[in-house]
Structures are given as C-alpha cells and as structure tokens.
Write a protein that binds this ligand. Structure first.
Ligand SMILES: NC(=O)c1ccc[n+]([C@@H]2O[C@H](COP(=O)([O-])OP(=O)(O)OC[C@H]3O[C@@H](n4cnc5c(N)ncnc54)[C@H](O)[C@@H]3O)[C@@H](O)[C@H]2O)c1
Length: 383
C-alpha cells in the first residue's frame, strides 16, 4: 500500500481546477509513484461554491478560513492557488506550521514578498517548497532541457522568448489581475514569469543583466465587477525586455495580453553554435530542432513529436506512442514529480523551489526597474 500525502488546496477557480485534476490523476497514470495524493481540504471564499467544488473534485473537507489549515496536523502539503498578493502570507504561515508548500507562480507580486518566502523556506528545514512553473513539464520543453545538457546546441548565442495572449481588451472587467495591489504586475508577472523560468531551465544559465525594457498599459480603465463604475487598471498590459546571460547569450522576452492572433502563444527559441531549438505551446507536443552541423544539402528543421515512451520525458505515463497530450498534463506531470521528490526519488526534470523562483522574480524586478528608469540593470544590484 503506498504512503499517502494529505493535501490542502487554497483557491478553487482556474488553478484550483487544474491542480485538483493533477493530484487526482497521479495514481491513475504514474504507477511508479509511491506517494498517493489525498485531497484532504479545499479552501475558498464562497462556502456554497466551495461545497459544490469539493463534491465534484473529491475533496474531503471545505473551509473559508485558510488559517485553520496551518493547525491541522493531518495536512502534509499546502497547495497555494490564490491571487499573487496572498502567496507570501499563506506560504510562510504553512512553512512555519511544518507543511510542504507548492505555490503558484509568480512566486509573489513583489520582490520583497518573494524574498520573505525564500527566507521562510530556508528556515523551514523539514519542509520542501515547489512553484508551479508547469511549462517545464511539457515533454517538448523537458526534452529541450535534456538536449541542451547533452550539448546538442553547443554554446548558445540567442534566446528568444514570447508569451502572447489576446484576452485583455477593454471589455474585460477590473479583475484582481489588473490591480497592482493584488497582482504586483500585469502580463509581466503573469506571462514573463513563465518564459524567464523556461529560459533559465532550458539553458541552465542565469541572466546577469537586463539591458533595456519597455512596459505599457493600453487599457487604463475597466468596469469594477458587479457594478457600472469604472476603476483604474494600474498594471502593464505588455512588457518587453532584452537581457544577457552569464554564458554570453543575448535574449529577448515579450509578454502581452493584447496581441490578437495569439491566444496562448508561449514560445522559446534557442540558437547555438551547433544548432537551434524551437517550442510553441500552441503546438505543445512538438519540438523543432535544427542540426547546423548537418550537410547544407539536407539541413532543415526537424519536427519532433514528443510522444515516444522510450525517448521522450513523461510520454511513457500517458498514451500509446504518437497520441498527443494537452494543457492539463503539465500540471499532472508536476504533481507526480512533487510526489517523487517527497518520497526521496528524483523528479523527471528539476523542480523549481522558492529559492529558484526567487531568481526568476529578481529578473522580473530588474525588467520593471529598467522600464521605469529607462536604463540597463545589473542583476547583482537587485537583491
Ligand atoms: N501555472 C499557470 O500556468 C497559471 C495559470 C493561471 C494562474 N496561475 C496563478 O495561479 C494563481 C491563482 O490564479 P487563478 O487564475 O486560479 O485565479 P482565480 O481568480 O481563477 O482564482 C483565485 C481563487 O483564490 C481564492 N481566494 C482569493 N482570496 C482568498 C482567500 N483570502 N482565501 C482563500 N481563497 C481565496 C478565490 O476564491 C478563487 O477561488 C495566481 O497566482 C496566478 O498567477 C498560474
């Protein structure tokens, strides 16, 4: 009988659904995982909605007061899926109560909160921390990480990352995502957080300087939900920045919620001295690879379908070879890796913890400073 991991989930909407599904699927698809997730308690703000949610997803208990979870000795891991401004208070309280914490990205809305979380994780010697940078666990991205480690690209010269969406027009109400006090930033913390993490993960390298940045808010007023009143949207709709890696590669990052034609286009392209790799989440099962050492007569992009059980990360846990997977699988792959890590086994590819996500947050902060001050910012100046 496998040991169990009792989970409490904070937040029951978008990520609440994604995470509930992920924890539930682990024992069904990951036979080698020895820790069995138990959906112990779910916490949200609306008691009625919460009860219906718990019934649908199989959570044992509900609460509208997240603090009670810290005192519950039955809970092993707290999964934080609330708005960004709550991550620090909730995660730190749970770490101080001896729980493991898996927190959504960005680590926090502000660098100060992120630092406090990193420090709390350092103090909590018996707890492990994880951050839901789920795109690392798309098989194609995990494969890119492996190919770079194997030296397939040689020295990397260019990193080109975009995360473009189009849902953020003026018709969208003033959700928490458009308010700085809740979100910290807009497209930047939401989307650039993912591609900065992916770029660091796939290259295995660190950004040492943000060379310049621009941030823009196009839609400054939105309707306050449930009213006819207008309120100010005080976060960016897009942030673009240039950066340099320690190994010498130069990089561009662009995040927008106002890019019609792009729905959830999370792309990463690397160009190295021996070849190139390209990923686009809108075709998430594919990784494109170009071998620049091949004869010019036949050289060209190879379209790799990352569904071969024997060769591609995570593929053996899902369907027979050649059957594609989707958005939710990245979360399940991550939940399985968290269970592996907590039972003393290695995750399929490295898991980001609070210290790792803090490094991503420093890059985001450097970009915001660069945009505001119209200057380059060295990462060693952002602590
Ligand atoms: N990994 C990803 O790709 C990804 C995708 C979307 C969102 N996120 C992150 O997940 C987090 C949540 O985003 P979302 O899209 O699920 O938001 P959401 O608005 O859909 O849900 C937020 C949830 O938090 C709950 N909540 C708010 N205040 C609370 C409180 N005080 N106590 C308990 N619950 C409270 C709400 O009731 C709601 O259930 C954010 O940090 C966001 O950046 C990550």
């Amino acid at each position: 009988m496998p040991k169990s991991l009792s989970i409490a989930l904070l937040g029951q909407k978008f990520m609440g659904r994604a995470h509930s599904n992920a924890w539930s699927q682990v024992p069904r698809f990951f036979e080698d995982v020895r820790l069995r997730p138990v959906l112990h308690t779910v916490c949200g703000r609306d008691e009625r909605e919460l009860r219906a949610f718990a019934k649908r997803w199989g959570w044992g208990r509900t609460t509208t007061d997240w603090r009670t979870i810290a005192a519950d000795e039955e809970v092993d891991l707290v999964d934080v899926g609330t708005p960004n401004d709550l991550h620090a208070e909730q995660s730190i309280a749970m770490l101080e109560a001896g729980k493991h914490v898996a927190c959504e990205k960005p680590l926090a809305g502000t660098l100060a909160d992120a630092r406090a979380m990193r420090d709390a994780a350092r103090r909590a010697k018996r707890s492990r921390t994880f951050v839901w940078f789920n795109y690392r666990r798309c098989p194609a991205v995990a494969l890119a990480h492996r190919l770079v480690r194997q030296g397939k690209l040689g020295r990397i010269r260019h990193v080109r990352a975009t995360y473009l969406q189009s849902w953020g027009g003026p018709e969208v109400p003033l959700l928490w995502r458009f308010r700085k006090k809740h979100a910290g930033s807009g497209a930047h913390g939401d989307l650039n957080a993912h591609i900065v993490d992916m770029a660091r993960f796939v290259t295995g390298d660190e950004i040492t300087e943000v060379n310049g940045a621009v941030a823009k808010t196009f839609v400054t007023e939105r309707t306050v939900p449930g009213t006819r009143k207008k309120g100010r949207s005080d976060v960016d709709d897009c942030v673009l920045f240039l950066a340099t890696f320690k190994g010498g590669a130069v990089a561009s990052f662009e995040a927008s919620r106002l890019a019609p034609g792009h729905q959830n286009r999370n792309t990463l392209e690397l160009n190295g001295e021996k070849g190139s790799l390209r990923f686009d989440f809108e075709e998430m099962n594919l990784l494109r690879y170009l071998d620049a050492t091949a004869s010019a007569a036949t050289q060209g992009w190879t379209r790799i379908m990352c569904t071969q059980a024997e060769h591609h990360p995570y593929a053996r846990h899902w369907w027979p070879d050649a059957h594609v997977i989707g958005y939710e699988h990245g979360f399940t792959n991550m939940a399985a890796d968290i269970c592996r890590a907590l039972s003393g086994r290695r995750p399929e590819v490295p898991l980001p913890d609070f210290a790792d996500a803090y490094e991503t947050q420093r890059v985001l902060e450097a970009a915001l400073i660069a945009a505001k001050e119209r200057c380059a910012v060295k990462l060693r100046e952002v602590k």
